[in-house]
Design a protein around this ligand. Structure first.
Ligand code: HEC
Ligand code: HEC
Ligand code: HEC
Ligand code: HEC
Ligand code: HEC
Length: 307
């Protein structure tokens, strides 16, 4: 029964079809006065370096026909994982990884949901991704749908969208309109007078983006329908890859930053750090958080950046 999802995907994407490593470039914006741009280019290791190796390594290794990953989740959203089991179907060898930080007894584990990992454990939003305000804002700004010529534009938009919840789309629209207008009227009266058209256009764009991604009536949005690809706004890959799952032999499910991707470029557009050829860069956090990302899960801060 459980294999239905995988079979469905495989009608069109069969696992033997190899997906190459992919270079992904994205622009991010800080919510400071200038809405500072920060660019990151990463090589996603979807498959191994050499195509002939198929799914021998890399991200799609989990769905290699010789690999079976099972897991036990501690909550119905599968956001917290209690146990991971890897069976090498060729040799029959089994590794059982237990969480050494939050420990679960065997009796507890027996009562929880057991699953075989398949495509939708990572691609859990393949058709409808509810983007968070940070994401839809960044995507819109990087395609020039939102202007960079208003000071504080992201800061103010994030303040409105994260610190309020709206029962209906109408109430959201009204609030976005009035708060945004008031902010510029008060804080930047000259800009308010000279750039009324720009401000109204920005309001309209934010309202449209909100409507596409947040569904108050259905209670559906980024924070209810978590997306498990990545590890920034949800724990995603770090649900298992967090260095605290350890098997019988002492091996951990690693969160080494080069395991899944290599950072090739990062920085502001006028000060971009670039890796040469096969090298990768050590991650630099876009603003100074004193290296806290090395120990803390990204989601610890990123789940509530603006609250
Ligand atoms: C009816 C055929 C079909 C089925 C079934 C299907 N897909 Fe797709 N999928 C496509 C097509 C067509 C594309 C776009 C072409 C491409 O990029 O290969 C695509 C693209 C994708 C992409 C890439 C999107 C991107 O941003 O580049 C992912 C990931 C994906 N599908 C995952 C899945 C998963 C997971 C399932 C099962 C839950 C699934 N698909 C089921 C046809 C299908
Ligand atoms: C349910 C637990 C679980 C989740 C969730 C998970 N992984 Fe893994 N992953 C594993 C286990 C177990 C291994 C094998 C660990 C080992 O051998 O060191 C592994 C290994 C890997 C490897 C190394 C494969 C190789 O040998 O080259 C990559 C790359 C990887 N995972 C990427 C990801 C990415 C990307 C995500 C999120 C989209 C993810 N994983 C989510 C359990 C998980
Ligand atoms: C361990 C997590 C994980 C599992 C399991 C997984 N994928 Fe992926 N897949 C990824 C990640 C991560 C990417 C890279 C997407 C990105 O970050 O842009 C990816 C990329 C893809 C792409 C896009 C490739 C491209 O070149 O754009 C397709 C299609 C896809 N996966 C289909 C599948 C199908 C079908 C399955 C099940 C047979 C599957 N994936 C299982 C994590 C996973
Ligand atoms: C187990 C796999 C895995 C590990 C380990 C991992 N990442 Fe990622 N990371 C991903 C995936 C998958 C994405 C892409 C998400 C997407 O396609 O939106 C990603 C995205 C990112 C991004 C872009 C932010 C975003 O979501 O748009 C940054 C920056 C990043 N990772 C940094 C790191 C750092 C720093 C580490 C080490 C502490 C790390 N990663 C470890 C899988 C991993
Ligand atoms: C101690 C808290 C903290 C931790 C831990 C943390 N971040 Fe951040 N991050 C921030 C803050 C604060 C910002 C600035 C937000 C803004 O200005 O809009 C930020 C911004 C970012 C941005 C750019 C903003 C955007 O649009 O998304 C990226 C990318 C990012 N962080 C990646 C990561 C990654 C990857 C990790 C984990 C490896 C991580 N961060 C861990 C606090 C944190």
């Amino acid at each position: 029964m459980q294999h239905r999802a995988r079979e469905t995907c495989e009608e069109c994407h069969w696992p033997e079809k190899f997906y190459d490593r992919k270079l992904v470039s994205k622009k991010y914006y800080l919510s400071d006065e200038k809405t500072t741009e920060w660019d990151i280019t990463m090589l996603m290791k979807i498959g191994p370096e050499y195509k002939v190796l198929g799914q021998k390594s890399g991200i799609h290794w989990h769905v290699n026909p010789e690999v079976k990953i099972e897991y036990v989740s501690a909550d119905f959203k599968r956001d917290t994982i209690a146990l991971v089991k890897y069976t090498n179907l060729k040799t029959g060898e089994i590794s059982t990884y237990r969480d050494t930080v939050s420990t679960y007894t065997n009796t507890q584990i027996d009562t929880l949901e057991h699953r075989v990992m398949d495509c939708i454990d990572c691609h859990n939003r393949p058709s409808h991704d509810f983007k968070s305000p940070i994401r839809f804002f960044d995507d819109a700004m990087s395609t020039d749908k939102i202007t960079r010529n208003l000071p504080d534009v992201k800061m103010e938009a994030m303040d409105i969208l994260y610190n309020n919840s709206f029962p209906t789309l109408d109430s959201a629209n009204h609030f976005i309109q009035s708060e945004f207008t008031e902010y510029y009227q008060l804080m930047y009266p000259e800009i308010f007078d000279s750039s009324k058209v720009l401000i109204d256009k920005t309001i309209a764009t934010i309202q449209t983006l909100y409507k596409k991604n947040v569904f108050p009536y259905m209670k559906a949005q980024w924070s209810t329908h978590l997306n498990y690809i990545g590890h920034l706004e949800t724990n995603g890959c770090f649900r298992c890859h967090n260095d605290s799952f350890v098997d019988e032999k002492g091996d951990v499910i690693s969160r080494d930053c080069d395991l899944c991707h290599e950072i090739k470029k990062q920085g502001t557009p006028d000060n971009l750090e670039m890796a040469c050829d096969t090298a990768s860069l050590e991650f630099k956090h876009p603003n100074n958080i004193k290296g806290k990302w090395k120990k803390l899960a990204c989601v610890k801060c990123h789940k509530n950046l603006f609250e």
